[in-house]
Design a protein around this ligand. Structure first.
Ligand SMILES: *[C@@H]1O[C@H](CO)[C@@H](O)[C@H](O)[C@H]1NC(C)=O
Ligand SMILES: *[C@@H]1O[C@H](CO)[C@@H](O)[C@H](O)[C@H]1NC(C)=O
Ligand SMILES: *[C@@H]1O[C@H](CO)[C@@H](O)[C@H](O)[C@H]1NC(C)=O
Ligand SMILES: *[C@@H]1O[C@H](CO)[C@@H](O)[C@H](O)[C@H]1NC(C)=O
Ligand SMILES: *[C@@H]1O[C@H](CO)[C@@H](O)[C@H](O)[C@H]1NC(C)=O
Ligand SMILES: *[C@@H]1O[C@H](CO)[C@@H](O)[C@H](O)[C@H]1NC(C)=O
Ligand SMILES: *[C@@H]1O[C@H](CO)[C@@H](O)[C@H](O)[C@H]1NC(C)=O
Length: 579
């Protein structure tokens, strides 16, 4: 349900949705699985707004799980209360309770998305969040598309994702998706013993027309390479920030990222073309990680054509030539080739030339041991701290242990000797980790630089780091260990770096971001590789209030859920409200 009501005082509208979260049975690959979804759909409903609109989403939780919804990439200026992070900005919406998220969307355009921020449920509770320019499609900084097409890349898990979390605390090996999906379709590369071939996503186009593809990676664990045989893309935006047009035949999209790309239907119309989304794998694992892939079709519509009858005599579709499964360079180049379009624009921003706060943080594997080392749990860590959200029942949490400015235990971070699974003796010495509720405080207006350094002890995984409430200038990336003397300013782009809410820290490498802490509040910073955050690769950035009313965080809304019992609107009251 989407109602757009004009508001008296402004041209902006209130875009209103009701999200009923519940469990439904869905059958794929010859097996029915209980899936937690919004309004019975996977992916869930797309929210479509015009820049400047207000949004009200009534979340009615009919699932057995605690629920929060995060509006991924929406800046939530002075409004972290609507950011949807359990035990950090709100207590969760408990089963049989409801809550209405209210926020506005300003100074952002293009594609974002929304998802559950609880355990692994983002894998099935997610959808597109599309922001169109206030002055209409003619104000797009690219040719007006004939049609806009959201493409949500996801994964099909034959397991109740709400249950995985508990098992993850000890090890996240052995949990694999059964297939990749495009807009919920698994595609014909996936089948089961019943011989039933899975339906693939079909995009029908008219020859010569221009399409805006709005890609979202809503997968739990993998970056995807996306290609369409016989076609090129012109990338025009990433994470709801316009980029200078970049033409490529492959899109690399990591969990949490979005990419807007134009596609001109300029191939021979007689023949269909396959589109493929393939999860890449940074290293060869033992046991091998299954290939996760989905295939759809791009089909040309001709006048008077009945696509269903396209027929047995039609030549088989062309398939794209995909990058190698373990080849990380297409991703490194894709990310390295994006530059910002509008930094010089009157409404654009400029990259901070001077930095007030500088952090170098390692993303690593840690173990937290009990009983003098007898029982250890291995998980993700930031600077040898594995975050625990220390919910006391009161909200929001306020006490954080600061992150060290530099890694407390430096080593050759990207030494390939660490890659094989299972701790070597040298590796074991690097892993001991404390559990802590880490967080970093910034004065209002501070210019911050963070260099994220990946380490080889995580089997050379990449880490898409997502900062809530802010966009970041991604000023540099590199392979190996970051070396300020060598890399600054040689590898830095302080002129037109891409502006993103998620920075992909490359496999066996590092990435540097700058941002201005100008949004007072409490903001989660975490890896969007869901299994990494589930085991602790997260921290919190807290921006202090500024000196004026317009730069201070207002108190939370009175109806924010409470952690103890007895508060929040009960479902019955909510449903009466809606009648
Ligand atoms: C939610 O309400 C339904 C219907 O009243 C009830 O069957 C169910 O047990 C409730 N769930 C929880 C977790 O309280
Ligand atoms: C958006 O919401 C924030 C927080 O409620 C408010 O400070 C800001 O003025 C609003 N912006 C617009 C354009 O309405
Ligand atoms: C499943 O797909 C594979 C590869 O496409 C094919 O070789 C196999 O015959 C299919 N199995 C069934 C039962 O359709
Ligand atoms: C851009 O991509 C090309 C290959 O497609 C690569 O050679 C080049 O190094 C990339 N540029 C950057 C800055 O990453
Ligand atoms: C770090 O390890 C790599 C091998 O993986 C090696 O090439 C490099 O020289 C090492 N660096 C230092 C400073 O030891
Ligand atoms: C959690 O909070 C309590 C009370 O503030 C504190 O004693 C404890 O050390 C905290 N635990 C962690 C892991 O931060
Ligand atoms: C759900 O959230 C409440 C706080 O509102 C918490 O007490 C409870 O433990 C949570 N339940 C689960 C299953 O996490």
């Amino acid at each position: 349900m989407a109602v757009a009501l004009p508001m008296a005082a402004a041209a902006a509208a209130v875009v209103e949705h009701t999200f009923v979260v519940s469990q439904v049975g869905m059958t794929h690959l010859c097996q029915e699985t209980l899936v937690t979804v919004v309004n019975g759909q996977l992916p869930g409903p797309a929210i479509e707004v015009t820049e400047g609109d207000w949004v009200a989403v009534h979340v009615i939780n009919k699932s057995p799980y605690n629920m929060t919804i995060h509006w991924h990439g929406v800046k939530q200026r002075l409004n972290c209360w609507a950011d949807g992070v359990p035990m950090i900005t709100q207590c969760p919406v408990r089963p049989n309770h409801s809550f209405t998220y209210r926020f506005n969307v300003s100074r952002q355009e293009a594609t974002l998305w929304w998802h559950a921020h609880v355990s692994c449920l983002l894998g099935c509770v997610h959808g597109a969040f599309i922001i169109r320019p206030r002055h209409g499609a003619s104000s797009y900084p690219f040719p007006k598309p004939h049609r806009e097409v959201p493409l949500v890349i996801g994964e099909w898990w034959q397991t109740d994702l709400g249950q995985i979390d508990k098992s993850l605390t000890n090890s996240f090996f052995g949990f694999n998706p059964s297939s990749a999906t495009i807009n919920g379709k698994l595609g014909d590369l996936n089948n089961c013993s019943g011989g039933l071939v899975e339906e693939g996503y079909v995009l029908e186009v008219e020859a010569g027309k221009n399409y805006l593809l709005r890609l979202i990676n809503a997968a739990l664990i993998s970056e995807y390479y996306f290609k369409i045989a016989g076609h090129k893309f012109t990338v025009v935006a990433a994470d709801a920030n316009y980029v200078k047009p970049y033409t490529t035949d492959v899109i690399a999209i990591a969990p949490g990222e979005t990419v807007d790309a134009l596609l001109v239907a300029d191939a021979a119309p007689e023949r269909s073309n396959y589109m493929v989304a393939l999860a890449n794998q940074p290293s060869i694992t033992n046991p091998p990680f299954p290939v996760t892939v989905t295939r759809g079709t791009l089909r040309y519509l001709n006048d008077g054509d009945d696509p269903a009858a396209a027929g047995d005599d039609a030549p088989p579709p062309l398939g794209p030539e995909m990058p190698g499964l373990h080849d990380m360079m297409p991703s490194f180049y894709f990310h390295g080739n994006l530059t910002s379009l509008r930094l010089a624009h009157p409404r654009g921003r400029t990259v901070p030339a001077h930095v007030d706060e500088r952090l170098l943080v390692t993303l690593s594997m840690g173990s937290v041991c009990r009983n003098g080392g007898e029982s250890c749990a291995r998980g993700g860590s930031i600077d040898h701290s594995s975050v625990v959200v220390n919910g006391t029942g009161e909200q929001p949490q306020q006490l954080y242990t600061p992150l060290p400015e530099r890694p407390p235990r430096p080593f050759n971070f990207t030494d390939r000797a660490f890659i094989p699974i299972g701790p070597t003796e040298a590796e074991a010495q690097l892993e001991p980790t404390r559990k802590a509720t880490t967080g970093q405080r910034f004065l209002y207006g501070a210019a911050v630089e963070v260099v994220f350094q990946n380490t080889a002890v995580m089997q050379s995984d990449y880490n898409p780091m997502h900062l809530h409430g802010h966009d970041m200038f991604v000023v540099a990336q590199g392979h190996g260990d970051f070396d300020a003397a060598r890399d600054v300013p040689a590898r830095y782009n302080l002129v037109d770096p891409p502006v993103r809410n998620t920075v992909l820290v490359p496999s066996l490498g590092w990435a540097a971001v700058r941002f201005v802490a100008d949004n007072p509040g409490v903001w989660y910073l975490h890896c969007h590789y869901e299994f990494h955050v589930a085991v602790g690769m997260a921290t919190v950035f807290v921006t202090e209030d500024g000196p004026t009313v317009g730069s201070a965080l207002p108190p939370p809304p009175a109806d924010l859920p409470k952690c103890g019992g007895g508060h929040g609107s009960s479902l019955d009251a909510m449903e009466n409200d809606l009648l």
